[in-house]
Design a protein around this ligand. Structure first.
Ligand code: HEM
Ligand code: HEM
Ligand SMILES: Nc1nc2c(c(=O)[nH]1)N[C@H]1C(S)=C(S)[C@@H](COP(=O)(O)O)O[C@H]1N2
Ligand SMILES: [Mo]
Length: 331
């Protein structure tokens, strides 16, 4: 394969890895499980292109040129992302020190992004008209099929080798602490503190109402739901509390539900979620632990863990459309 086309193929693959990775990470339920499969395929396409890219890189490195450090950092970043992606998915290593393989995977991929943009700007490749022709489309299809084949072969190898990777969920997450909340990890999105709150002082504002813990405990709504953290673990639990729709009625013009934590962490949900959200005060028949959001947290079935706001402070309706908010929390 010509060097120019290899670089173009890498450019497309890197872009798709970011898009499919973002979907696998941010949604990961329903239709988006296919994004997870596609993501694995795209990741392996990058791996499959590496013999050709190595030849290009060797040629480039033999030349006397500025900015090689960036090209080499990009190589380190992408190789590390590949290694940690495979360590996670196979289950060979789920945690390295205090971080999960998944966190390291995404971390290295995101660190590579600015370097990749820079590399492509310093080493531009020109598009030819024939690049979009039938021949190249067929080739691209063959490369994509190769990536998918490696995903399939990987799954078979995980089973044959008795690796934990064979047991992961469609999002790629591993079961941890189901129906045993004490064994479920405590996970913060970035740097939020774990709060220790006084249940007597604590109040929850829902629309125009202000409720204390006793008022919330007078309800006994129950729901079995799975929390699936983008860090790579999931747990199924029985949650107790009160359906949000019992406390909050839609108003004219409202488009979103804003759910805020006392830490300042918050999420904006589409109004259609109103009937599916539970304000949980307990899990597995016991009050929540501090780490899991005591006195109350949100349960957002079929949404990834970062939507399950802990240490609830305020829930309100807003006219602000939910899709204007960042798809991932920024704090
Ligand atoms: C997996 C992602 C990539 C890695 C790890 C990578 C790495 C490298 C390395 C180490 C070199 C040799 C050192 C240098 O010339 O600076 C290089 C050269 C080069 N890369 Fe990349 N690269 C990647 C993706 C891309 C993409 C997406 C493009 C363009 C669309 C590109 C275009 C080039 C060009 C034109 C050269 C110079 C080749 C020459 O001088 O003969 N690379 N790359
Ligand atoms: C340089 C960019 C990236 C590359 C080369 C890459 C590559 C890979 C590879 C090879 C796997 C293992 C797939 C398998 O064994 O089936 C993987 C898994 C995964 N990656 Fe990436 N990835 C990249 C970026 C990202 C980003 C930015 C995210 C999220 C924001 C992400 C999220 C995931 C997830 C959730 C999995 C687990 C999928 C599963 O276990 O089935 N990746 N990635
Ligand atoms: N206030 C607040 N709520 C939060 C977070 C956070 O950092 N701050 N992390 C979220 C993330 S990323 C996950 S996966 C779940 C984890 O819940 P757990 O710690 O009870 O397992 O809480 C969510 N709720
Ligand atoms: Mo999470």
């Amino acid at each position: 394969m010509a060097g120019r086309r290899t670089n173009l193929a890498l450019l497309v693959a890197l872009f798709l890895a970011l898009v499919t990775g973002g979907l696998a990470f941010g949604v990961g339920t329903g239709w988006s499980r296919w994004a997870t499969v596609a993501h694995g395929a795209v990741g392996f396409v990058i791996l499959l292109l590496s013999p050709w890219k190595s030849a290009i890189a060797r040629r480039g490195l033999a030349r006397r040129r500025p900015d090689k450090v960036a090209s080499l950092s990009l190589s380190v970043g992408v190789v590390a992302a590949l290694v940690f992606g495979i360590l996670h998915s196979s289950g060979i290593a789920q945690a390295i020190g205090p971080l999960t393989a998944m966190q390291l995977h995404v971390g290295f991929a995101l660190l590579s992004l600015p370097v990749a943009v820079w590399h492509v700007m310093k080493r531009p490749v020109r598009l030819h008209r024939t690049d979009l022709g039938r021949r190249q489309t067929l080739r691209a299809g063959a490369v994509a099929a190769g990536g998918l084949a490696v995903v399939g072969a990987g799954e078979l190898a995980f089973q044959a080798g008795g690796l934990r990777g064979a047991d992961r969920r469609a999002t790629g997450s591993y079961e941890q602490g189901s129906f045993a909340p004490d064994q479920m990890p405590v996970t913060q999105w970035l740097n939020d503190p774990v709060l220790a709150l006084d249940p007597g002082e604590w109040r929850l504002t829902v629309g125009a109402r202000v409720l204390n813990l006793d008022e919330l405990l007078s309800y006994d709504d129950r729901l079995e739901a799975t929390i699936d953290c983008t860090g790579g673990w999931y747990a199924r639990q029985e949650w107790q509390g009160v359906w949000l729709s019992r406390l909050l009625a839609p108003t004219a013009g409202a488009r979103s539900i804003e759910v805020m934590s006392l830490t300042g962490y918050g999420r904006l949900f589409p109004l259609r979620d109103l009937d599916h959200l539970l304000i949980a005060t307990g899990v597995g028949g016991r009050p929540l632990s501090e780490g899991h959001g005591f006195p109350a947290r949100l349960v957002a079935p079929s949404r990834r863990g970062f939507w399950w706001v802990k240490w609830l402070d305020r829930i309100s309706l807003t006219e602000r459309p939910w899709w204007l908010a960042s798809p991932f929390p920024l704090t």
